[in-house]
Every structure is written in C-alpha cells, then in structure tokens.
Ligand binder design. Structure first.
Ligand code: AMP
Ligand code: SF4
Length: 447
C-alpha cells in the first residue's frame, strides 16, 4: 500500500487478516516512512505475529505485507517474507506469490557465480538478479531481469519511496489494484480491499508492471503477455468466496460449478451438505439444481487453520481429525450427498466419510466440484509431487473404494470451464491454466 497522507500500518495489518486463508505458516510486514524500511516477520498467524507493541514500532506511508504457505522452500522463519536486502540499488523489500518454474536453474547459475543464498525462496532469486543487473536503478534492473524468470508469480517490491508490482506473462496468480484516499493498494484478492475500505480499480494485466510513488501511478509492459492462464484452482478452492478475480465473484463461480456437477450426476439422496468452508458455495449450487434440502452436515472448528497447509503428512492427518465434526441430528439415517471442492491426496475426504458413517449416515455420495487432480502444479499451489496425488495413481472407481464412499463423481473439465465462463466478469479475453487437471502446462522451463 502506498498512501503519503496516511500511516498505512493498520491497513496492511487488517489486509493481511483478510488474506490469512492464503497462508498460515508465517506473516510479515515491511514499512517505510520515506527514509528507511523496517521489517517484522515471524512464524505464525497474523494475530500471533503482530501483537500490541510489535505493530506500534512500525509506521510509514509505504508498505508491503505477506502471509506464507510453503510450496517451494522450507517452512522456517528464514523463508518468511518480506525479504529485505541492501544492494547497489538501495534498500529493497520483496514479497512474492507463486513459483518460478526455473528456480533451480537460476539458483545454480547464481551460485556458480559466487552468490551466497540465505533462504530458499524465489524472492531471494529476484533480489540477487537485481543486485547483479547492469543498471543502477530498480526499474531498468527489473526490465533486464524479469524475462529470466519463468513461471507463475506476482511480485511486490518496495524501496523507501516507491511501490512496484508485476505479474508474470501468463497471469497465473491474481493481483488487483485498489484505491484509497490519496493512495493505492495492491492485493492478491479483492476481499482485502473491502476490509480496509479501498475501492477496486482493476486487475493488473499479465506481464504488466505498475510503479507507485508520490507522482502517482505508472504502468509499463514488463513482459510481452502470453496466452492468459489464470489459475482455475483459485476459483475452485484457494480464493475467498467474497473475492472477485477478473471481476468474477468466487462464490458465484463455485455455485455454478455445483450446478454443473449436479447436471452431470444422477444421484438421489435426502440431503446435500458441503465440506466447510471452501465447498459450501458449490454445495448450495448442487442443492439448488437437484432441488434437495441443503443441510449443515459438518461443523468446522474455526480456530484451526487449513489442515492441508501443514508441512508434513502426519501433521495434516492429525489436523483433519480435530477440524471437522458431524452434526449427528442432520446426518443420522440419511442418504447424504457430500460436496467437496477437490481431492488431492484423499486424506480429508476419507476421514470425513468415516466420521459421517460413525454418526449414522445411511449412504454417503461424494460429488467433487473439480476434475481429478492428476498432475503437479509448478505455479504456486502446493500439489507439487505426483506421487502424492491420489488421482494420478487410481481411477475414479478405485478412488471411491479407497475413500469408502457409496458413489463418487468428479466434475468434468469442460463442465468446470463452462461454469467459470458463465459467471459475468470484466470484459477480458481470459484463458485459464488447467494443468493440474489436463497436464497441459502453459510454461515449461524451456519457454
Ligand atoms: P486432500 O485431503 O489431500 O485430498 O486435500 C483436499 C482438501 O484440501 C480439500 O477438501 C480442499 O478443500 C483442500 N485443498 C485442496 N487443494 C489445496 C491446496 N493446494 N492447499 C490447501 N488445501 C487444499
Ligand atoms: Fe492452478 Fe492447477 Fe495451474 Fe497450478 S496447475 S496454476 S493449481 S490450475
């Protein structure tokens, strides 16, 4: 956020609360008063990292913040963002979302040139590329090095008196621009704008860089835009339902995914339930389309983070068990259609089916509002290893047996795209990345 007439620390703090679902391992803020950048970051939730006086020590008119879940790099405080460095371009703070597909190659080359890395993050790769660029100003430096970075990412950088944002050439990860009194704000999701009273202006375009300083905002094409490939998984699972991506509301998209799924299925049941929270919108679409009662079948313990976003399998399994409890009164003796947004490793749904049966459900039919996730993601969503993906090893019937469902149906790829396209958005010619479903990767290392 850049707003010369404000102290932006509380805005960034509240904004990070709104983005907490995107990562719960660590949180951090860098802030500048125009003369120096201060950074605070720690492992934990936003509420744990920024308590009382910790926040009071930070003030200024230019700031970036981050919540992290690790896709690449360990879950440790060394990898927490923002990363603040000092180099020939001055003091710079960097945060990113997504993954560089060619991170290994870039890191190897830099190390061979003598670079010493302190973290395993992609932000540090950009920091070193910039520090070694042939320019002495950050904008020309970025123009020189941006094309070396392949993958799906958004970056925010700040110097003491400037805020810079850019998005990869395909636009995998979302990034929106908002306006506050006398300034601007950038966020991966528009729900953060609502939280801080900012007005949505537009999405940053694929390949675009914006630079915000006291003179205002300028936009440049940093990378020649390629086939637009917004991550469709943002609509399915990752983003908050009150956010809009390219103007399409996530809740409405999920509802359409549910309606499409209902059209493709031929199951009869007594009630429809969703796995809270990410599947409730899709479940309401299924119930509406099948004209069945929509019931609360499971209650989520709100004080536990997203179980999936735990760094190892043992932690994830424990997490699922304490997180969801069935409402016995609604599920006992019923034939249930249970909607979930996705099956990745299969841990969550297996546990839930068992819990519902233990609570007396007569039949449990699983409808998944996305196609089977068969291929790893290299662009910033944590489904990186093929061996962990249940649908890469088993067919639908085998998965059904493995998870213990009475029936199992996934949404088709065509149905998913149809549902997303049906929801009105901005008048943009946008395509979607579907790689984890169809294996067609928009960016490879060779690109
Ligand atoms: P799993 O238990 O491994 O099958 O994970 C599937 C569950 O985790 C679903 O209920 C989703 O809501 C959620 N989920 C799906 N993809 C992700 C992701 N990339 N990160 C975190 N959670 C996810
Ligand atoms: Fe999103 Fe899947 Fe593409 Fe990754 S591979 S960017 S999760 S659609």
């Amino acid at each position: 956020m850049f707003a010369p007439e404000k102290d932006v620390q509380s805005y960034i703090h509240f904004g990070l609360y709104a983005l907490q679902h995107r990562g719960q391992e660590s949180a951090g803020i860098s802030i500048s008063d125009g003369s120096d950048i201060k950074t605070k970051k720690k492992m934990g939730l936003v509420s744990e990292v920024f308590q009382g006086d910790t926040l009071e020590n930070l003030s200024g008119y230019n700031a970036i913040g981050h919540v992290r879940y690790s896709t690449e790099g360990d879950s440790s405080v060394t990898n927490a963002q923002p990363l603040t460095i000092t180099c020939k371009l001055g003091k710079i703070s960097i945060v990113h979302n997504g993954n560089l597909k060619n991170a290994k190659g870039l890191r190897k080359r830099l190390e061979e040139e003598g670079t010493i890395f302190q973290t395993t993050t992609d932000s540090e790769i950009l920091a070193h590329l910039l520090a070694k660029s042939s320019y002495n100003n950050i904008i020309d430096g970025l123009k020189e090095v941006a094309s070396m970075m392949k993958g799906g990412y958004t970056f925010l950088l700040m110097t003491t008196d400037r805020l810079i944002a850019f998005r990869d050439a395909h636009g995998f990860r979302p990034l929106s621009l908002g306006k506050v009194d006398g300034g601007y704000v950038l966020s991966s999701e528009t729900c953060a704008f609502d939280t801080i009273g900012a007005e949505y202006v537009r999405d940053i375009s694929p390949g675009e860089m914006v630079v915000i300083d006291k003179q205002g905002i300028t936009s440049t094409t940093l990378l020649e835009p390629k086939d637009p490939s917004l991550c469709i998984f943002e609509y399915i699972y990752f983003a908050r339902p009150d956010s809009n991506l390219i103007g399409k509301n996530v809740h409405l998209v999920r509802k359409e995914l549910g309606k499409e799924l209902a059209k493709e299925s031929n199951i009869t049941a007594d009630i429809v339930s969703g796995v809270p929270d990410s599947s409730l919108s899709a479940a309401s679409g299924v119930a509406e389309a099948l004209n069945l009662p929509y019931e609360m079948g499971l209650i989520k313990n709100r004080y536990i983070g997203r179980t999936f976003i735990k760094p190892n399998q043992e932690m994830r399994e424990l997490g699922v068990q304490v997180k969801l409890n069935p409402v016995n009164a609604t599920v006992f003796g019923k034939r249930i259609i249970l909607v979930d947004d996705s099956i990745v490793r299969g841990t969550t749904i297996t546990n839930i089916i068992k819990t519902l049966r233990d609570a007396g459900a007569k039949e449990v039919h699983i409808l998944i509002s996305s196609p089977p996730v068969k291929f790893p993601c290299y662009y910033g969503i944590d489904t990186s290893s093929c061996g962990e993906l249940i649908a890469s090893k088993l067919n639908v019937e085998e998965i059904r047996t493995e998870i213990g469902a009475d029936s199992l149906q996934f949404l088709s790829i065509q149905g998913m795209v149809r549902a997303v396209e049906r929801v009105p958005g901005l008048n943009e010619n946008t395509g979607y990345c579907l790689a984890c479903f169809n294996g067609e990767y928009p960016v490879t290392e060779e690109d």
